[in-house]
Design a binder for this molecule. Sequence first.
Ligand SMILES: [Zn+2]
Length: 681
Amino acid sequence: MPQNPLLSDWTTPFELPPFADIKPDHFTEAFEKAMAEGRAEVDAIADQQTEPTFENTIVALEKAGETLSRVARTFFNLSGAHTNPELQAIERDIAPKLAKHSSETLLNGVLFDRIAALWDKKDDLGLNEEEARVLERYHKMFQRAGAGLEANDKSRMAEISQRLATLGTSFSQNVLKDEADYQLVLETEEDRAGLPDFLLAAAEEAARERGLNGKHVITLSRSSIEPFLQFSSNRALREEAFKAWSARGENGGDTDNRAIVAETIGLRAEKAKLLGFDTFADFKLDDTMAKTPQAVRDLLMKVWQPAVKRAAEEEAKLADMARSEGGNFKIAPWDWRYYSEKVRKAEHDLDEAEIKPYLQLDRVIAAAFDTAHRLFGLNFEEKKGLPVYHPDVRVFEVTDRDGKHVGLFLGDYFARPSKRSGAWMSAFRSQHRLKGDVSPIIVNVMNFSKGAPGEATLLTFDDANTLFHEFGHALHGLLSNVTYPIISGTSVARDFVELPSQLYEHWLSRPEVLSRYAVHYRTGEPMPKDLLDKLLAAENFNQGFATVEYTACALVDLEVHLLTDTDKLDVTAYERQALAKIGMPEAITMRHRVPHFAHAFAGDGYSAGYYSYMWSEVMDADAFGAFEEAGDIFHKETAERLYTHIYSAGGRPDPEETYKAFRGRAPKIDALLEKRGLAAA
Ligand SMILES: [Zn+2]
């Protein structure tokens, strides 16, 4: 049998995974061997007879498990961005095994004793700032996994982790299946009424990909369904499509996520209790900037009240607009985007279909690269012919001011049925210096509707913002300049990690960037100044809606993770009650309803953590002010401080301290309220 490519040395350019040689089967064997190898390495560290030192324990742990990390990163990047039934079966099988493997390390008492001994004498070890932080992270990670518990509790913790891994995998696969199974075929003129050219072209392309040549298909991908809801004048179809979108994970049968969510919440609560916390939210927040549920609620409620008020004003205008066209109904969730588009046109003389021809994907990518060049001196050069996992993936080599290699950036921009929804950044390899200079390989994954063959892909302004957002995360990974993997790049507090990404969005909305890169895809003409002005003037438009749909999610995510009694939890009923309690407007739904709320339930990542975007936004709105105050959005010294304290620092510094080091003071919430147009007049 030929060598398993996952277990051989990678001789590919830049040591990219040799995707063409990797078959799904290879993962099963590779995971098993890599886990065994990692287990032996960790056991050897735990069982040393010598006194624990930083070098023989922490550094050794940082170096252990390299094969497993390489296999797992390759696997999970594929399972998110380009999966298939074989990979999905492997994922269901491997997720609990990986959780077990991880528990065996984190619950190893002998190993924890070594770490705890180091922690007890941390001040006498002569550690530098970064080493001290790494030791603290290790101690905390083991403690939070239950390393200090009694034997019985430890085995229960391990069971819970495995079960949660299985539940998270199923949750995610169910949502993907519900999305892939749905298509709205637009058969007649009436079905297509109101749709602009760009959407018809994208719908034709989506149909072609599904073997329905010559037809038009709307999918549940955000970049397909949202413009449909925005432009379709066929109210019945809008309702049908919206309901399908909203019901993902709640359709009964095999892909229904409600029982999965209930069990997940129960197990999380139990885990928190074992670790000595009142609730899962208390446990989760203990290791963040926010620290407590009350601090999170305080922040969210500061924006919730003005947002609901603003949304009511917006709704009244939508209702007027509907009435003026003879529509005598209360605005429903499937009406909001449609009438809001009309009101925007009336109030700001601004039409999404008019903007879109100026937002070509390639030019927006170029704008993101150029901004990184002007801020941080980075250069991006596309490399053809490198190994990729799908022909749509593009690879760029990133170099610094002096032409030195920084890393690789992969861009995977188009929606397809094998990709989960949303947009994200991930790493095939993280930067560190523990085994020589290891450079990062970072990927951005998006779900844009692809233009027809030979035609440019056109973005909405929201899409372009998403691209800048994820590219901000990518820079956080690419610019990382640390020694230890555990604090590399985006390995920072959950409510700090959205700062580099959200901050980056600010540059897109500046005329200095937009006027250079927004050019018409047919004529090459730059966006007319009055259109640009109108676009920027309309930035606060519909912010009541946007803030409500987001904040409702963040509040429900918090509340549901404060539950202690989850027996017979009916998640749909719970969601309804929780929304009623905060006075959710009927015409708006949560941005992600609980049965498909992947941030909270497809894994542990953003559970009791969806508020993080708002927490980070307090900082990003405030941080951009530093450039505005300097009178130059590419101000050299400010950009240098940004590089030093935020983008290159990884998890080395304390987040609060490093923010202050950049800004010269703690963040204020004023800029956020102003940015969203919610500041008291
Ligand atoms: Zn983000």
